[in-house]
Ligand binder design. Structure first.
Ligand code: G3I
Length: 303
């Protein structure tokens, strides 16, 4: 196959990208994105600050722009993200305790209700585990509402849209030897054991010199999958753009049947949150395919 999406589809997987609504008027951008990818994540437009700028007043203008572009171009959509310590609107940052807990529940119901039946998978909870060696939860206003906030979010989400896969999404949980990975693994195992609804784990996979790709990535994917959840690579970028590393990531996913898809976190290097100097994506600023693109396509095509 000659595009990333079509190549991934040969094994029943998808290949996606993050889309920024502000770039949908850039025809160079939409030409590449429209051609290559078959899954879309809104880079910022479905986050809490974007969708509920005032308490109880939802705004789906930008989110719908991304959603409609995706669907009109034959792509599915991942929802990102419903409960997160970051990119909270000011009103939510002020809340605590049972008021915040209820606001989180209302937010999940409001956003998932709007997109009910339309989203392939939601990142229900994002980045709830701490960096470093504790293997425990990140301190946040949501965490301070009680340790059960994550399972409440997932139960709320299941009821709000039973058709969507429900994912836990985080960074630095790709290296199997890291405490953070083990912390999330233990949570998912516990959720599966107790019947808390969870369908997938999102490995963000932002690789750089501090958190480089490690050959135990495949073990991480296999280990989560063995718990009975899908694994999705949700925000892939590799500082420096190594073609070899990109191929390794793809091959690790292809090696595990329950690794169901890969999303890169932007289209061209100039679109990356890391800045174009990081050269972390598959297309350069002029829209040319990089060596990393060819490596990914070849891997998806079976080597
Ligand atoms: O829209 C405003 C614009 O009006 C303003 O002039 C400008 C000035 O700074 O800011 C613009 O908002 C920025 C927004 O991106 C849109 O470009 C925010 O400041 C900036 O913080 C925001 O960054 C996003 C970041 O999440 C915020 O946490 C990145 O685009 C986005 O790529 C990044 O994505 C996250 C995932 O959601 C979760 N995992 C990590 C990943 C990378 O950080």
């Amino acid at each position: 196959a000659s595009t990333l999406g079509a190549a991934a589809a040969q094994s029943g997987r998808y290949f996606g990208t993050a889309i920024a609504s502000g770039k949908l008027g850039d025809s160079a951008y939409t030409t590449i994105a429209g051609r290559e990818f078959d899954m879309v994540t809104a880079e910022n437009e479905m986050k809490i600050d974007a969708t509920e700028p005032n308490r109880g007043q939802f705004n789906f203008t930008a989110g719908d722009r991304v959603y409609n572009w995706a669907v009109q171009n034959g792509k599915r959509v991942r929802g990102h993200t419903l409960a997160w310590h970051s990119q909270q609107p000011g009103w939510m940052q002020q809340l605590s305790g049972s008021t915040l807990r209820q606001a989180m529940i209302n937010h999940i119901n409001g956003v998932m209700g709007h997109y009910k039946g339309k989203i392939y998978a939601w990142d229900v909870v994002n980045e709830a585990y701490a960096d470093g060696n504790s293997g425990g939860r990140r301190d946040s206003n949501l965490q301070r509402t009680g340790n059960d906030w994550i399972e409440v979010a997932f139960r709320t989400a299941r009821a709000a849209d039973p058709a969507a896969k429900l994912c836990y999404n985080d960074y630095n949980i790709d290296n199997w030897s890291w405490a953070k990975t083990q912390g999330v693994y233990n949570m998912v195992r516990d959720f599966k054991a107790r019947g808390v609804p969870i369908d997938c784990v999102g490995l963000q996979s932002h690789f750089n010199s501090n958190s480089p790709y490690n050959s135990n990535y495949r073990t991480t994917i296999q280990s989560f999958a063995a718990l009975g959840v899908d694994v999705q690579i949700t925000e892939l970028d590799i500082q420096g753009g190594s073609a070899t590393t990109y191929a390794n990531v793809v091959n690790d996913c292809l090696a595990v049947p329950r690794c169901t898809g890969i999303t890169v976190w932007g289209v061209r290097d100039t679109d990356s949150w890391l800045g174009s100097g990081a050269a972390a994506l598959l297309f350069d600023g002029n829209g040319n395919k990089k060596a990393a693109y060819t490596a990914v396509l070849n891997a998806l095509n079976g080597g």
